[in-house]
Design a protein around this ligand. Sequence first.
Ligand code: ADP
Length: 184
Amino acid sequence: MNIILFGAPGAGKGTQAEKLIEHLKLPHLSTGNIFRENIKANTPLGLKVKSIMDQGKLVPDETVVELVADELNHQIYDDGVIFDGFPRTVAQAEALDTYLQSRGKNVDAFITLSVPEEELIRRILSRGQGRSDDTREGIQTRLNVYHEETAPVLNHYNAKGIVKVIDGTGSIDEIFGRILQSLS
Ligand code: ADP
């Protein structure tokens, strides 16, 4: 089963992805996590994406698509995967669809976590992970980028009839319960 966890920055994708991977025994593919690991390890990819991420902008599609295609070639993803933070543009979604279709696969579910904007900002500012893009300016840029470039991905999958809109407010377990219900 190939699942996309979607939502604005701060919507709780990472938290719910952790719970979902444990429940469904599927691997997790978070492009944000992969980029942060590369930055930490000072790899060429990390050096390339650091300033883009710090500004809250998107890493170029070409770079992201190449990274994901390489990653998906690993056997662990053969039975399905939970995508978190990807696809973030319609071009990335189209590239993913093409990649999966060429292997006789599809995106099976698109779960979008819906959270009011004030709550998103409050959550990011209070998560205190010390992420270098979690400044007021960085958050505002990420929210703008989300509305302009990422939100259209929802329409792309809506047309395929696989979108599940989940209320992303309440306790972590309440939200997780709603996700499981939407999948059953
Ligand atoms: P958040 O959901 O809080 O924005 P992520 O970890 O998903 O956190 O992403 C952090 C940053 O990593 C993004 O602002 C962007 O710069 C970069 N990034 C992650 N995934 C992608 C992607 N699919 N396309 C482009 N940039 C990405």
